[in-house]
Design a protein around this ligand. Structure first.
Ligand code: SF4
Length: 353
């Protein structure tokens, strides 16, 4: 597995030759009430050794995207269009057998709740060892040694003893570490971490994030890190994709997006976030309204019912015309580059101090 060096502030190279590339992905579910457009024309790229952060509120399509990558959607009720290419292999058209070969081997996932990934009926060691045996053909003895090695790597004390414990004998933080050990046991090229630290207290959260960064340096994996927490993302991601209503609305290096965000939705996310060292007198400004129903998403710019800047664009353009997301560093919004800059400096930046 190759490794690459992080370059702070620089966006990852993009294009069809990327290690992991998603192009115009559309995911739709049939429900009793109609068709839910969960993901609606999403494109992004991730290189080896880099971390892409995907942020957005619940229902923005970020988790659905990644379950689709792993082929974990229900094929009877879900339609998937577009391209997902991992190291040259197309995944949308892959068979279940091909996807099974990839899962836990080339691609692994860490969930918010380790209890969804760990079975209560088997020891932690067995659950780490099994995918290793399956994908590498290792013997039981070798796989057990590998499980102990992985528990050591993720910082479980007394790994030779704890390898025989059941998940309920581990604390929440230790279970999360065990799940990371399970995800990384086959040195996956792509790791998808879906809100991996949301359920943990701040100290354990920081330890898990450090662990993921260290392991990425060691294994050179590409990471897709999904969260609603921009504070976490600033620590983890090289590149950032902000999602709203199943679409990417802003893209760039994490440093650029967090330092000078260009989309009103990103402004809203940042303004609603408590800031370390921020003034206690400064009230948080939640985004008004709630995320749209994807059964019947708004016309035009999907953020327009909640956006405070439609008058700056003028007319009914925001409500009728969908703003495209350009290439590279971009925001899908009808405001001009000059308007975005002026509004950010005059109206948003003072709230972020
Ligand atoms: Fe707001 Fe209009 Fe920009 Fe959408 S296009 S974010 S509604 S200003």
């Amino acid at each position: 597995m190759s490794t690459s060096t992080r370059t702070e502030g620089a966006a990852a190279p993009t294009g069809p030759d990327s290690f992991f590339s998603v192009r115009d992905l559309r995911v739709r579910f049939s429900t009793e009430d109609g068709v839910v457009k969960a993901v609606d024309g999403l494109s992004f790229d991730v290189e080896r050794g880099r971390t892409l952060g995907i942020v957005g509120e619940s229902g923005s399509g970020k988790s659905v995207t990644n379950l689709t990558v792993l082929g974990l959607h229900n094929p009877k009720t879900t339609t998937v269009d577009g391209e997902i290419v991992l190291d040259g292999k197309e995944l949308v058209t892959a068979t279940e057998k091909e996807l099974e070969k990839l899962r836990g081997n080339k691609v692994a996932m860490i969930f918010q709740d380790p209890l969804t990934a760990l079975s209560p009926y088997y020891t932690v060691g067995r659950q780490i060892a099994e995918p290793y045996m399956k994908h590498t053909g290792a013997s039981k003895k070798e796989a057990r040694a590998r499980a102990i090695e992985m528990l050591t790597k993720v910082g479980i004390p007394q790994p030779k003893v704890r390898v025989d414990d059941y998940p309920h004998q581990f604390s929440g933080g230790m279970r999360q570490r065990a799940m990371i050990a399970m995800a990384l046991v086959c040195d996956p090229d792509l790791l998808i971490a879906d809100e991996p630290t949301t359920a943990l207290d701040v100290t354990v959260q920081a330890q898990i994030l450090d662990l993921l960064k260290d392991l990425q340096q060691e294994f050179g994996s590409a990471i897709v890190f999904i969260t609603h927490d921009l504070g976490v993302i600033s620590d983890m991601a090289d590149d950032l994709l902000v999602m709203y209503a199943g679409r990417a609305v802003e893209r760039g290096s994490a440093a650029e997006v967090l330092r000078s965000p260009r989309h009103p939705y990103t402004w809203g996310l940042l303004s609603s976030m408590p800031r370390l060292g921020g003034s206690l007198d400064q009230p948080l400004s939640p985004i008004p309204g709630s995320p749209p129903s994807m059964l019947n998403p708004p016309s035009g710019c999907p953020f327009h019912p909640r956006c405070a800047f439609t008058d700056e664009v003028g007319g009914d353009r925001c409500a009728t015309e969908r703003p495209p997301l350009g290439e590279g560093r971009a925001a899908a919004c009808h405001l001009t580059a000059e308007q975005k800059q002026t509004l950010f400096i005059d109206k948003i930046q003072p709230r972020l101090r």
